[in-house]
Write a protein that binds this ligand. Structure first.
Ligand code: CA
Length: 255
């Protein structure tokens, strides 16, 4: 299930962009080059990249403006790892880059080796995802190789979207995931889908798990999203009231 991570390289200087693109491709990434904010936005609208490398000084809108927008105004890009590239290395510039939501900051001139190390580090921090491994959370088992799911050894039948959704939730169990994040992670590019779509598929997933008795493992965290837990409070499907109470005793971490 391992896929090549895509990296959007937003850089106006062709020579630098080319160097980065060649190196990324050589090291197993799928680079996409955009020379300014307009081109970058077009790429993002077409497909959400796995990581953005963003130059600070660009014609038109600066990298800093773009970083702020992608981080705070666009649900699609809010959680995409972002590394700022720039010749500016002063303390205050570093701080504003990180304040704008960048995960890291690489100062030009940089070695491609350093850049690749930073990219890998950001990926490690942001996506501790397992590929193809069997997952066990409480009584729930999922095997991505055979597409089989069972709860207390009872087979659970799921549609492809519910399977993907459960796979993601089990890979990131006990964390609260917002609807926007689930849309990006499970539905991928289909970002123009309404967030209520997530609710519909969560409902179906609960119904399928419910037949085997495991519906309570998927909790609604009011105002935040959904969480898969090995230790649901009751054996019944949590009502909004129960979920609401839970948020007071266990503050959710939103990823
Ligand atoms: Ca530049």
């Amino acid at each position: 299930m391992k896929t090549t991570p895509s990296v959007l390289v937003v850089e106006d200087e062709a020579a630098i962009a080319e160097l980065i693109v060649i190196n990324l491709r050589h090291h197993g990434f799928c680079p996409i080059w955009a020379e300014d904010g307009v081109a970058a936005q077009r790429e993002i609208d077409a497909a959400v990249p796995d990581l953005i490398l963003l130059d600070w000084m660009l014609p038109g809108e600066t990298g800093l403006t773009l970083a702020k927008r992608w981080r705070t105004q666009q649900a699609r890009t809010k959680n995409v790892p972002l590394i700022m590239l720039t010749a500016r290395g002063g303390e205050s510039d570093r701080v504003s880059g990180l304040d704008a939501g960048a995960d890291d900051y690489v100062v030009k001139p940089f070695s491609t080796k350093e850049l690749l190390a930073r990219i890998r580090a950001v990926f490690r921090r942001r996506t501790p995802e397992s590929h193809g491994e069997k997952l066990f959370i409480g009584d729930l088992n999922l095997d991505p190789e055979t597409y089989r799911v069972s709860y207390k050894t009872i087979p659970v039948k799921l549609g492809p979207t519910e399977f993907k959704l459960l796979h993601y939730l089990m890979g990131h169990a006990e964390c609260v995931h917002s609807r926007g994040r689930l849309l990006d992670k499970v539905w991928g590019d289909h970002v123009y889908i309404d967030e209520r779509t997530v609710d519909v598929h969560i409902k179906r997933l609960r119904e399928s798990l419910g037949r085997a008795g495991g519906a309570a493992m998927i909790e609604t965290v009011r105002g935040a999203g959904y969480r898969l837990t090995a230790t649901p409070e009751g054996t019944m499907v949590p009502t909004d009231y129960q979920a609401q109470r839970r948020t007071h005793t266990r503050p959710p971490l939103v990823y």
